[in-house]
Write a protein of this length. Structure first.
Length: 256
């Protein structure tokens, strides 16, 4: 005899969401707020301080590589957790999140278009934020000059994309909709969360990523697929990380 599984209550789902976020991007958001406060109270302009992404973890190259790969791998554990939680509650993850590889043309096409629509205005926003002094100097990559730097940066871009799009869009929006939260608040929650864990970069980064969050959330509501969002996010981060590493820094002096 089999027993039908009882759907989780609103209270249970609320607790689950809080725990998941505190183990992942919600924790990052809290650290980002503290980092921003530290920069604002450092006694010097925000625009003269740096926000470093993908920094080296050790002066010893192969130990640094080990740290980088461990960080990428363990950062994806919350993704496994949310997929398990959804499947445990008999949510058809592949169909509900669109987390499949059966529409490569659709995913690649829309992903590239979204990356262009977000990335090009994003460069303008970075410049405006720099002029207004509301952003720190962004250093997308600060790894050593080693053979594995570019592959690790690409893996980091993929990890960021999978982590953020599966949790902030796929998981969070699916759970909030199952709790009958109004759509406007579902979109707002996803967008504000996305912006908040970028606050360590400054206020411009919050605004830019929150806008990106609205666009991505609306896309997910329309097409029920996170794969194009993962493609778009991967392209954006790969261009930023690898471009900063391989291009002459004199070309990128307007960022800093």
């Amino acid at each position: 005899m089999t027993l039908d599984r009882v759907a989780p209550t609103r209270r249970v789902l609320t607790v689950e969401i809080v725990i998941v976020l505190l183990l992942s991007l919600g924790m990052s958001a809290i650290y980002a707020v503290v980092s921003l406060i530290a920069k604002l109270t450092a006694g010097k302009p925000l625009s003269s301080q740096a926000a470093v992404l993908n920094a080296s973890r050790s002066a010893r190259p192969y130990l640094d590589l080990t740290y980088q790969l461990l960080d990428i791998g363990f950062s994806l554990v919350p993704v496994a957790l949310v997929l398990y939680l959804l499947m445990r509650d008999q949510v058809p993850v592949r169909r509900t999140l669109g987390l499949t590889a059966d529409r490569p043309g659709f995913d690649a096409g829309w992903g590239t278009l979204l990356a262009a629509c977000i990335g090009i205005p994003g460069l303008l926003l970075v410049y405006v934020a720099k002029v207004l002094g509301i952003n720190a100097q962004i250093v997308p990559a600060a790894l050593q000059h080693v053979w594995w730097a570019v592959p690790v940066l690409v893996l980091s871009a993929i990890q960021n994309a999978v982590l953020e799009e599966v949790i902030v869009v796929g998981y969070l929006m699916t759970r909030l909709r199952s709790m009958a939260v109004p759509l406007v608040w579902v979109v707002a929650a996803s967008a504000v969360l996305r912006g908040s864990y970028h606050l360590y970069q400054g206020f411009g980064a919050f605004v830019g990523n929150a806008v990106m969050g609205v666009v991505f959330a609306l896309f997910f509501l329309r097409f029920k697929r996170v794969m194009p969002l993962i493609v778009a996010h991967t392209l954006l981060d790969t261009v930023a990380f690898v471009g900063y590493t391989v291009l002459p820094h004199s070309w990128l002096s307007w960022l800093s």
